[in-house]
Design a protein around this ligand. Structure first.
Ligand code: ES4
Ligand code: ZN
Length: 327
């Protein structure tokens, strides 16, 4: 049996991908040219050479610089369509995309430009590739609660275009409790709730994301392995973890993939999924993540591949009827 072929061709959902993290250097330079923006990097090669990260913050600095070329509705559309073409190649049938409106509104880009461009790409991807897509608005946790509330306010005219909210950016020093009131408001609005937790931050941030923010999924969550009680809770409640192996390797969470906790989390009965996070920056899209992970962790076999695919549908926010059809 050919395990790599199974990993590549099995239908799967992607639940943790930042659409701004899919901007390839070639597209960054093409959009810079189109918008008359000068970048501080000399060209595609010089930019790619800067992708040597020591931690989350060293990545975020470059990621926000790359996103600065996005100005027009068409830019957001083109970026998302480039992702969906890659997703189709990887046999992704459903994708829930994070977007960071504050990265754009802070530069004077209207949130409507962002959401309309992305939303039109979702419609086109369904027609052209048969992929269902959904948007999750992420608050930047290094910014204030007040800024998050203002962003939510700006987004509400587009309420029907996104299914939920998340929390991303610099985790250390920006704990879940900082956004408890914003998430409470989002919960009242009937939005799905997720948050990055336990990527660089401690297992206690995972617990607090559950108890204080009432999130339905944890993004990353790999540090949960340090807390036996939390592990038991995640397993019995089937709280999904959207794990991003190549991201964890590139940001030095697990510098060697052979040390990654994914197989242990899966063996402990957690609803683990594999995702690409920021594929243009971390060395590959979803199938590359699957292939690298299974190569680094030889205890993972075909049954684990099926489990991970099934988990991705179980953890998704599609309606119950669609989920049952996929499972
Ligand atoms: C992110 Cl890898 C990661 N962690 C936290 N925030 C992010 N935003 C984009 N990628
Ligand atoms: Zn992420």
């Amino acid at each position: 049996t050919d395990l790599p072929a199974l990993l590549r061709t099995m239908p799967k959902a992607e639940l943790h991908v930042h659409i701004e993290g899919t901007l390839e250097p070639e597209l960054i330079f093409a959009l810079a040219e189109r918008n008359g923006i000068t970048l501080k990097y000399d060209g595609v090669e010089a930019l790619r050479a800067a992708y040597a990260f020591t931690d989350l913050q060293s990545f975020l600095d470059i990621y926000y610089a790359g996103a600065s070329v996005l100005l027009k509705e068409e830019d957001f559309f083109d970026m998302a369509m480039a992702y969906f073409r890659r997703a189709a190649d990887d046999h992704i049938v459903h994708a829930e995309l994070f977007f960071d409106p504050q990265t754009h509104t802070a530069r004077g880009v209207d949130i409507g430009v962002v959401i309309r461009g992305l939303s039109r790409a979702l419609d086109t991807a369904r027609q052209d590739f048969g992929i269902s897509g959904a948007l999750i608005l992420c608050f930047l946790r290094h910014l204030s609660e007040e800024d998050a509330f203002a962003t939510l306010e700006q987004a509400l005219p587009y309420r029907q275009h996104f299914i939920g909210v998340g929390l991303d950016s610099s985790e250390q020093g920006n704990p879940p409790e900082k956004f408890a009131r914003v998430f409470a408001r989002c919960r009242e609005l009937g939005l799905h709730l997720v948050a990055h937790a336990g990527e660089e931050g401690p297992a206690s941030y995972v617990r607090d994301a559950l108890d204080l923010l009432h999130v339905e999924r944890i993004d990353h969550g790999v540090r949960s392995i340090d807390d036996a009680d939390l592990m038991h809770r995640l397993a019995t409640k089937r709280v999904p973890l959207t794990v991003c192996p190549l991201s964890n390797q590139k940001l030095q969470v697990y510098p060697d993939l052979r040390d990654h906790s994914l197989a242990k989390l899966l063996a402990a009965g957690l609803c683990v999924t594999i995702n690409s996070d920021d594929p243009a920056y971390f060395g590959g899209y979803l199938n590359t993540n699957f292939l690298a992970t299974f190569e680094a962790l030889p205890e993972l076999r075909a049954n684990h591949a099926w489990q991970l695919a099934a988990n991705s549908f179980e953890a998704s926010f599609v309606d119950a009827a669609t989920r049952t059809r996929w499972l």
